[in-house]
Design a protein around this ligand. Sequence first.
Ligand code: FAD
Length: 342
Amino acid sequence: MAQPRIVIVGGGFGGLAAAKALRKTLAEVILIDRSNHHLFQPLLYQVATAVLSPSQIATPIRTILRNHKNVTVIRGEVTGVDKEQKQVLVSDADRQAVPLAYDYLILASGATHSYFGHNEFEEFAPGMKSVADAVSSRNKILQAFEQAEAEEDPIRHRDLLTFVLIGAGPTGVEMASALAVLIRSSLKSEFRRINPASARIVLADMAPRVLPPFSEDLSEAAKRRLEKLGVEVRLGHSVDRIDADGIVVGGERIASKTVIWTAGVARGQVAESGNRPRRPRACSKRCHRARTPGDLCRRRYGVIRRKRQAASRRCPGGHAARSLCRKGPSRSHNRQHAAQAV
Ligand SMILES: Cc1cc2nc3c(=O)[nH]c(=O)nc-3n(C[C@H](O)[C@H](O)[C@H](O)COP(=O)(O)OP(=O)(O)OC[C@H]3O[C@@H](n4cnc5c(N)ncnc54)[C@H](O)[C@@H]3O)c2cc1C
């Protein structure tokens, strides 16, 4: 039998796990990513708050896979999938929509921001998904302090030194607390005309509590801790408006020059285009994240071959089916499940 070719789109956690799992097979594996690096997204907030440098959370994909002799890494953007011809279309700076044939395709292109139908917010409230996003947020935050120090009019200090984070999930909570620590400790003695500790950090979410997937007592503990750090937590109202001068939430305008979107996620573009994923069976109740759109378990389009039984009888946490599962899944659970399915 000819050597099968497996194309993996994405060198994130999912794509790398798949490439590593395929190491000892006879398959020819081609991993395509639009970046040359694998990004450790959970630490993006540390880059955005100047604790880490970008190189500490990004590693070249080639380096990670250098000992995987059957894996070829190609840098390019997958712009489409022709599932009839079994080809992906790859573009880069010089070439557009170059077809690349596959026998099996693994789409692991991750997620993107969701502005819940308000894409106009993006211009004023960028998200936090890439190194570029984190560096841009870091620059904006530090620039706000520089501008405030140079600004003669103290009335403008308040707007410049108000930082708004929208979305009180893990990213928003981590970012708000890291920002509070940056402001109240690292920057404390570095300015003369402004007091960095007077900066205002607002964390807003339409949900009634922070960290909604966690238990209520953990949410409450996280909220208390944030407030102790000086973060204003605004819950229960969706954001009505975001513009260059701040946000309107629950009918109140909060003036701010730095608004960061740490809310919703949506499927990435490739997963969105034509190849609609069929949702894997979930293990109900406790496994809140089990029904992950874009999960790799997709047979309908011949995109992925999976071990059918393993995928359908187990929750993404690898636990037995439905009612038997007593453990909530972690995101790493989902990744392990995906790699197993491959
Ligand atoms: C700020 C932040 C904090 C997080 N914190 C945690 C945490 O604490 N714990 C946790 O478990 N999870 C956390 N997560 C979630 C975790 O990072 C994701 O679940 C994980 O990265 C998903 O892995 P993935 O491989 O599906 O996608 P990704 O890691 O997003 O990788 C997708 C890859 O596909 C590439 N790609 C996308 N589209 C294309 C295309 N068209 N062509 C070519 N390449 C493409 C991208 O460049 C990227 O390298 C966090 C996420 C964020 C954004």
